[in-house]
Design a protein around this ligand. Structure first.
Ligand code: ADP
Ligand code: MG
Length: 328
């Protein structure tokens, strides 16, 4: 079954992601401190923060790429996340482009289409999908170019295009604009915004976007040392900070200003406390406590499965060995 089944009346079914009390520990260090938030379908959400704030860690956990060390609750459209099903409806695009340099755009996208859609579609349908994806990522003019000759922006858009052929409703991207110049960055984020406008849930990490790029996001989730210090719409951030007595200076990017503010420990604590308070109010209104969350600790669940499987395997091997010994 492909993700096309996720559409209703030709329109993409929106996927909303909520998370609460999300923590992550690695090497005896706590990298996320019980954070909560919501990322909605039809929106472009940016996870922002200084380098080392925990952006990629949060993205990886939400995308289901982390199996150990994470705890907390993740809900998809109000239901506890089922990792296996979630992988079918989501795509994850890593920070580093990993495309074969000697292949052309056409060769790569054709093989991605074959792999992702298989025999469920006719060749004509696949060709139409390829045409549509390439035009949505503005790659029509370099279809016969080898990837080693693409510009940074084209290569990044190709990586996104390869993940779009099966029309996933949720797309995660880790720093999609790293290494791109201002024009390519704006083009890349604008294209992601147009995907969100079609109903997809687009979540990407981004490090200090310019003002024009910042304004393209519908929502931002701001991290500082594994804590959330702001979560909300991009237009609300300036009045929000002013209301807290920290007005953003004119002609200053709110993203840059927030990063500067959290360098001051007192400001960081006060922003974290305020953000926690607002999220608690939202959570209270939502009330998901009726769901007992069997996937609350995906990592632990997977660990239990792995141990059970290993024990079963040991028992079977033991029986086989005993049989062989008796036969001898
Ligand atoms: N597996 C790990 N073990 C120990 N520390 C880690 C691990 N993964 C990330 N970190 C640390 O956690 C912090 C957050 O990392 P990351 O999420 O990659 O930050 P960002 O994406 O915001 O730059 C960094 O200080 C990083 O060094
Ligand atoms: Mg990162």
């Amino acid at each position: 079954m492909t993700v096309a089944a996720e559409t209703e009346n030709g329109k993409l079914k929106c996927v909303d992601i909520h998370f609460s009390e999300l923590s992550f520990h690695a090497n005896k260090k706590c990298l996320l401190h019980g954070i909560s938030g919501e990322f909605l379908g039809g929106q472009l959400t940016g996870i922002l923060g200084a380098s080392g704030a925990g952006k990629s860690t949060l993205l990886n956990i939400l995308a289901g790429q982390v199996h150990f060390g994470a705890s907390g609750n993740i809900y998809i459209n109000g239901e506890p996340r089922n990792n296996k099903l979630f992988h079918k409806i989501s795509s994850y695009i890593m920070q580093d482009d990993m495309v074969q340099p000697r292949l052309t755009v056409r060769e790569l996208i054709s093989s991605a289409t074959e792999l992702k859609l298989g025999s469920h579609y006719t060749q004509r349908a696949k060709d139409l999908i390829i045409e549509d994806v390439l035009s949505s990522m503005r790659l029509e003019n370099c279809i016969d170019t080898r990837t080693e000759h693409l510009s940074g922006g084209q290569r990044k858009r190709l990586c996104i295009a390869l993940e779009l052929v099966n029309n996933p409703p949720v797309v995660f991207l880790d720093e999609p604009t790293t290494g791109l110049d201002d024009v390519s960055t704006k083009q890349c984020i604008s294209l992601l915004k147009s995907l969100a406008e079609k109903g997809k849930t687009i979540i990407c990490t981004i490090h200090q976007p310019s003002n024009t790029v910042f304004e393209l996001f519908d929502q931002v989730y701001f991290l500082s040392e594994g804590n959330c210090v702001f979560s909300g719409s991009t237009e609300s951030i300036v009045p929000y900070l002013a209301g807290l007595g920290m007005p953003c200076p004119d002609f200053y990017s709110p993203a840059d200003y927030l990063i500067e503010l959290v360098q001051n420990e007192k400001c960081a604590v006060s922003l974290k406390n305020q953000s926690d308070k607002e999220i608690r109010i939202k959570d209270h209104n939502r009330n998901y406590s009726q769901y007992a969350n069997p996937y609350a600790m995906d990592g632990v669940t997977n660990y239990v499965y792995a141990v059970t499987f290993w024990k079963l395997l040991e028992t079977v091997l033991d029986i086989i060995q005993k049989k062989i010994t008796t036969n001898q």
